[in-house]
Design a binder for this molecule. Structure first.
Ligand SMILES: NC(=O)c1ccc[n+]([C@@H]2O[C@H](COP(=O)([O-])OP(=O)(O)OC[C@H]3O[C@@H](n4cnc5c(N)ncnc54)[C@H](OP(=O)(O)O)[C@@H]3O)[C@@H](O)[C@H]2O)c1
Length: 252
């Protein structure tokens, strides 16, 4: 358990704020009393509706987390950030029949791991100065590989490791780090998921994430699938691995 955080009065920055979970987190932050949210997106035009709704409390910024120059520029502008949400994420369907599987894996890693690492490096001093908070929107698939999403899971495992590294490396500088481990959430990312997977609305996930941050929970499981997955993972990681493998097992 870490120290608790107040959302009210905070300044936040969200990557991938234009849709899905990032959009829901951005709106939840503003509804809970953040004084300013830097809403970042690859195409700032996609933030226009949000900007109209929230006015000057919403600061739209262009940010592709794979672009080192853009990350550095945003860090130069946003020097008052208390809460950094590393939310931007990439997923592409692939499997071993895909000749491009290595390129797919690289693209996912470039956003999900290297993008988050760039943000950490660029915002570490600002967050240390403000005794701030980093939230990594990871995935249950980062704790145990989901073989239906083999390369995505690997990139989320790398991000989970980065979450742990951030916590250890920045604790002495007063920075609090939260890892979020959702199951299926109803966003564009899961539009092709088989129907047996129940999806949680992104607004419900955003509420649980902010509740977890305010409560000081290090690991946040923000949906029913994630809660169940987390409990089973903590009691027997091997049995969860076998259960995930059984989802793709082909009868002999
Ligand atoms: N949906 C799920 O079931 C689920 C489950 C567990 C974890 N997650 C994680 O939750 C996070 C949000 O996912 P989501 O479900 O909201 O997916 P989504 O609806 O597909 O949104 C992905 C967001 O990431 C942004 N993004 C992608 N590449 C980027 C880049 N290079 N630089 C900056 N932004 C980039 C997208 O921007 P554009 O609009 O420009 O593409 C978009 O805003 C991701 O980290 C994802 O891995 C999702």
């Amino acid at each position: 358990m870490q120290g608790s955080t107040r959302i009210e009065g905070s300044v936040a920055l969200v990557t991938g704020a234009n849709r899905g979970i990032g959009l829901a987190i951005t709106e939840a932050l503003l509804e809970r009393g953040s004084t300013k949210v830097y809403a970042t997106a690859r195409d700032p035009k996609t933030l226009e509706v949000l900007h109209e709704r929230y006015g000057s409390r919403l600061v739209p910024l262009r940010l592709d987390v794979t672009d080192a120059e853009q990350v550095a520029e945003v860090a130069r502008q946003a020097t008052d950030v208390d809460l950094l949400f590393n939310n931007a994420g990439a997923f592409e369907p692939t499997d071993l029949t895909d000749e491009a599987i290595v390129e797919v894996a690289r693209r996912e890693m470039e956003v999900n791991y290297f993008g988050a690492l760039r943000m950490l490096r660029s915002f570490a001093d600002t967050l240390a100065r403000r005794r701030g908070v980093i939230v990594y929107v990871g995935s249950a698939a980062g704790l145990t590989n989901v073989p239906l999403q083999p390369t995505y899971s690997a990139s989320k495992a790398a991000q989970h490791s980065l979450t742990q590294a951030s916590r250890a490396l920045l604790a002495a500088r007063g920075v609090t780090v939260h890892g979020v481990y959702p199951g299926p959430v109803d966003t564009d990312m899961t539009k092709d998921l088989p129907p047996q997977f129940e999806k949680t609305p992104p607004e419900d996930v955003a509420k649980e994430v902010l509740d977890g941050v305010e409560a000081g929970d290090e690991d946040i499981f923000p949906d029913p699938f994630g809660v169940d997955f987390g409990e089973r993972f903590h009691s027997s990681p091997k049995s969860v691995e076998r259960q995930m493998a059984a989802m793709v097992a082909v009868p002999a």
